[in-house]
Design a protein around this ligand. Structure first.
Ligand code: GCO
Ligand code: MG
Length: 414
């Protein structure tokens, strides 16, 4: 099971993806997602220049040892670039091992704990009537849990809200990493933000959705790290009557103590962690039971090995998974999440933002969404193929997420 080759593929079928493909001497190929939205080429260079040369000739079966070698051996630890690179190697090696075993990955992780993974989709609208249409459309697609986001009166555009949603159908371009040319230089777009306007509006949005769809439907909301701790405490309390499944990213994530303050004031369940890259980002949050859901992605947290350990630690504190699943996690990263979703006992929910048909022409997937649940397939390994010929038709395009500023120009968290 020696590693014969490892190549980094960068492609842009609708949006940018970085994929590591490892092949063993006997021709088994494994894939790992290394996509870091807006910083893709830094991970490619890290892999090409500093990781791939170390892998050639090594034993593909030694997954834990390879992880430790790349993490501890490098001296410099953690950080999104390093951890996305390690994640790609780790996931590709699990894909290979499961193919050797002739089993879907979830079997190697202990086997299925459930028949499928409850998924939540993203409904959004520029105003409440548009949002209600979008929720209806998502229910018609089979979703049993829905994240709701809306435009805010007085603000021109809000991240996570589709510009328009004809017939309320699914959009693939509402959380854009936009390519914008200004004076010949690529610059992110700027969105103007007002937290007080946001906080005044959100409870009315939940009131409208609950009165239209009743108390049963699990509803989620993403605050994108934009409030101060005391603002977040107040909004979480104001939202209690609407029984949220979770309020996500209430405050800037690196301040773990902020969640303690919010917790003192509210019983609204809290989720955080999509920008984290290590179990060490969670130690205060988990041991203090300051959150209810872990939002990390396999892709950004060091792979299947590290994600499993993180979730096992969370289980000790009664905290569940809610893995990040936006379209900047590639279908390879999504498949890895689904195998874990099935295998860990403390599964909570899985975010599912469907990839565009263009993306799915390049990444051939076998997982499926049925009646609100996601199912990884029983294909040995991860069950995803990368069509490198198709990928070659979509060269990398530099693109950035928007930047948030207040009306006086101050850069704001998001
Ligand atoms: C989510 C997210 C994402 C991020 C994106 C940034 O909850 O799905 O917040 O959509 O904004 O992953 O790259
Ligand atoms: Mg989020």
């Amino acid at each position: 099971m020696r590693i014969k080759s490892a190549e980094v593929n960068v492609t842009s079928p609708g949006r940018n993806f970085v994929t590591l493909r490892i092949t063993t001497e006997d021709g088994v190929t494994g894939l790992g997602d290394a996509t870091l939205n807006g910083r893709e080429l830094a991970v490619r260079a890290y892999l090409d220049d500093h990781v791939v040369p170390l892998l050639l000739g090594e034993d593909a079966a030694r997954i834990e040892d390879t992880w430790q070698y790349l993490y501890r051996g490098a001296y410099w630890r953690r950080g999104p670039v390093t951890m996305a690179a390690i994640a790609a190697v780790d996931t590709a090696l699990w894909d290979i091992k499961a193919q050797y075993a002739g089993m879907p990955l979830y079997q190697l992780l202990g086997g299925a704990c459930r028949t499928g993974a409850l998924a939540y989709g993203h409904a959004s609208g520029r105003d409440v009537p548009e949002l209600l249409d979008s929720v209806r459309a998502h229910l018609a697609l089979g979703y049993r849990a829905i994240r709701i986001q809306t435009g805010i009166p007085g603000l021109d555009s809000v991240y996570g809200v589709a510009a328009s949603s004809p017939g309320g159908g699914e959009r693939y371009d509402y959380e854009p990493a936009r390519r914008v040319t200004g004076g010949g230089r690529l610059r992110p777009t700027v969105e103007i933000w007002d937290t007080r306007a946001y906080m005044r509006h959100v409870p009315a949005v939940f009131e409208a959705v609950r009165s239209e769809f009743g108390p049963e439907l699990p509803l989620l909301h993403d605050a994108h790290h934009r409030m101060t701790p005391i603002q977040a405490a107040r909004l979480s309390r104001d939202l209690e009557p609407y029984d949220l499944f979770w309020l996500e990213d209430a405050t800037p994530a690196e301040d773990q103590e902020a969640l303690r303050l919010i917790r003192h004031h509210t019983t609204t369940p809290l989720a955080i962690g999509e920008v984290f890259n290590s179990v060490h980002d969670y130690t205060t949050l988990l041991s203090g039971r300051l959150i209810d859901y872990v939002r990390s992605a396999v892709t950004h947290t060091g792979g299947v090995t590290a994600m499993k350990k993180l979730l096992d630690l969370a289980a000790v504190y009664g905290i569940r998974s809610g893995m990040h699943g936006p379209t900047d996690i590639s279908p390879v990263g999504m498949a890895a999440a689904l195998h874990l979703d099935l295998a860990v006992h403390n599964f909570g929910i899985q975010e599912y933002m469907r990839h565009s048909p263009q993306t799915l022409d390049v990444f051939r997937t076998s997982y499926r969404f049925e009646d609100g649940l996601l199912h990884p397939s029983d294909t040995p390994g991860l069950g995803v193929d990368l069509d490198t010929e198709a990928a070659a038709h979509f060269p990398y395009q530099q693109a950035y997420l928007p930047v948030n500023r207040l009306s006086d120009g101050t850069v704001h968290d998001w």
